[in-house]
Structure formats: C-alpha cells, structure tokens
Design a protein around this ligand. Structure first.
Ligand SMILES: Cc1ncc(COP(=O)(O)O)c(C=O)c1O
Length: 365
C-alpha cells in the first residue's frame, strides 16, 4: 500500500456542511480580493505578507514564544515547511531521527530527499522518548530530528516540559537541528501547549505549521520559522515558489485580526472534544479488547488491537465495505504497528459513521 493514499474517510461526513467560521473566512478572502488593485502584476515578497506574519506572531506569543515578524516565512502548508527545513539542514545521505509511530508525510519526504531514517520510539501519551534519543545519538551521526511535541499524529501525544528541555539540551550538545511540526498545536481543548520554540534558547528549532488541521486544508497556507537557518530557508522558498498569493494571506490576516479565527477555534475545539468522546464511547462497545489513546487535542486517536489482527488486511476488507481506515504500518519504515490503527474524529458524528465503525470488529477475524 502506498503512503500517498488518502485515509480517514469513514462514510458520513457531509462536505456540504460549512461552519459559520469558514463562511466568515471566505468573506474576508473575498473582500481582500475585491480590494486588490495592481497586485496581480507583482509578486509578494518571498517571506510573505507582513500583516499575516504579524498575526501569526501574536498567536505565537500566547504560546510562550515572542516571535518577530522577520523570523517568519509564509509557505504553502506544513508539508512544504518540513521540506524547506530538511533541504536547509541536510545533504543527501544524512541521518534524520523521527518518532515512531510518526507522520508518514515526513517518511515520504526523507525518502524523496535521499536521507537516512533512524526511528526513535514514541510513547502514545508523552511522545518522543528523549532518553532513547540520547542513546541513539551515541551511535549515529544525526543531523536533525523531526518531532511533533504537541498532539503528535497518530497518537495525539504531547511531550512534557522536562522532555522538551532535555531535547533542546541534546540539540545544543550534539549540534542538531530540531524540526518542530506544530500543525496540531492550537487544537487542544484543555490546554494549548507552548511551542517548542518557546524554550529554544540557541535558535536550533525550526518551527513548521499551517492552518490545514484547525481551519482549512484548502487554503494551502502554512509558515516556517527557521532559527539559525532562516535566511537559507527564505531563499529556498524564493527559488522553489517565488511567492505566495497575497489576497489569500490578507484575507486570512483580516480574519485573525477581527477575532473571527479565535471565535471559530473556540467552537471547533469543543466540537473536536465532543467527537473524540463519541468515538471513545462507541469503541467502548466493541467486543474485541483494544487500547485506545484519549488525546486532549489533535484530530485522531491511536488504537492497539489484539496482536494477531493485521490492519493492512483489515484496511482492504473495510475498503470493500466503503470504510477507509489508516493502518498502523504507515507510521513507520520498520513494519511495526501492524496491529494498530489511527482513527479520526475530525468529522461530525453521523449514524453512517457509527455504523461503519460498528462493522470493523466483524472484519478483524
Ligand atoms: C503531522 C502533519 N504534518 C504536516 C502535514 C501536512 O500539512 P499541510 O496540509 O499543511 O501541508 C500533515 C497533514 O496531514 C500532518 O498530519
């Protein structure tokens, strides 16, 4: 199975249901487009629109990081941010550490760039095992570590403060870049953890994020703050993309500035919490023994099924029934997690969704 397939599409999500916040966002973008005069004849500056960067800096300050506008560069999404970060820090053949289980999009990038991968175990609750990473650093000459400290996918784990501080200390001691994937950071409904950047005293953290998971995947709007590699990263963006669309950036900046985003996010977080609970309640009725994470942010939970269950086979059987799940093996290069699944709670709960989930245990035999 290819890592590029689309997953997490249980039936029952209604693409026509547009939340009020998204309607407001679309109006902001339309207004920005109407205000556009001669812009269409010029490229935006490579780092992106200053008004949007200012708004992103204001949100970063709420999460312990006093970001300067000049430290931020707008991208076409977190995947591009991760790509630029790896391009700036690594040469072909270098070794990069990733969490396991971890985001398959990073594994694809590493493969594409000809980089070697070392997988570091990650706990389903506390994320990257920094002690195990320290031991790995004795054996491998590692250039960078890609990590999601807040609500990592697939587990929803968040790293405690002492582990974050330890990671930064290792980065200083071993001359590493830490590439922080913070795409789920703002989704937390109990707490919104500080960014790793907040404790980055030596400018070794490259912060990558986007609006894809909390607002809209279709905006294709993300950002990067490259620490000591920032100038190289902006140059790489310039050579690969030239510029980002100005009216979309300005529309989003207005949506942030007039409080639309904050109001939308408050409602969305409550909705995610409700949907997580609905999913956990349903899983509680399954007759098969399972272990499920119960994250306080992110869009998915991680399910450990009995050892004999092969979730690739389950994926194929479920597909025949019109149910799409994400098998655990996709989250590692090593063939581990074959009895695990990522289940999304990103979509509103419907009876079709509940029925699809109820059918899964019957397909495990
Ligand atoms: C952890 C993580 N990082 C990055 C991305 C890529 O996000 P974007 O749509 O902003 O490129 C995703 C998307 O699935 C993701 O789950």
């Amino acid at each position: 199975m290819s890592r590029s397939a689309a997953f997490d599409l249980l039936p029952g999500s209604d693409k026509n249901d547009v939340p009020a916040g998204i309607v407001q966002l679309n109006r902001s973008i339309s207004r920005a487009l109407r205000r556009q005069r001669g812009d269409f004849q010029y490229y935006d500056e490579p780092a992106g629109d200053p008004s949007l960067r200012q708004q992103i800096a204001l949100r970063a300050a709420k999460r312990g990081w006093q970001a300067e506008v000049d430290e931020l560069c707008i991208t076409s999404g977190c995947q591009q941010s991760l790509f630029l970060a790896l391009m700036a820090v690594c040469q072909k053949g270098d070794v990069v550490a990733v969490e396991a289980p971890g985001f398959y999009g990073v594994l694809q990038l590493l493969e594409q760039l000809g980089l070697q991968v070392v997988e570091i175990p990650a706990s389903a609750e506390t994320g990257l095992d920094v002690g195990a990473f320290e031991q790995t650093l004795q054996r491998w000459d590692i250039k960078a570590c890609v990590v999601s400290p807040s609500f990592a996918t697939p587990t929803g784990a968040s790293m405690p403060l002492h582990a974050r501080a330890h990671l930064i200390e290792l980065a200083e001691r071993h001359d590493l870049a830490i590439i922080e994937d913070d795409i789920y950071g703002e989704s937390g409904w109990l707490v919104v953890p500080d960014t790793l950047k907040a404790v980055d005293h030596s400018n070794r953290v490259i912060h990558c994020s986007s609006l894809s998971k909390v607002l809209s995947r279709d905006l294709r709007l993300g950002w990067i703050s490259g620490g000591r590699w920032h100038d190289d990263i902006v140059r790489l963006k310039l050579t690969s993309q030239l510029a980002s669309s100005r009216f979309i950036q300005r529309g989003v900046a207005d949506f942030f500035a007039d409080g639309g985003y904050a109001a939308y996010l408050r409602r969305y977080r409550q909705q995610l919490q409700r949907q997580r609970d609905q999913l956990l309640d349903l899983l509680g009725t399954w007759s098969v023994p399972i272990r499920a994470t119960s994250p306080a942010g992110g869009l998915a939970l991680w399910l450990e099924l009995p050892e004999q269950v092969d979730t690739i086979k389950l994926y194929n059987r479920a597909l025949d029934e019109g149910v799409v799940i994400t098998p655990g093996e996709l989250f590692s290069m090593s063939g581990k997690f074959s009895n695990c699944l990522r289940l999304s709670f990103a979509h509103p709960w419907t009876s079709a969704r509940a029925e699809a989930l109820m059918r899964l245990p019957g397909l495990m035999a």
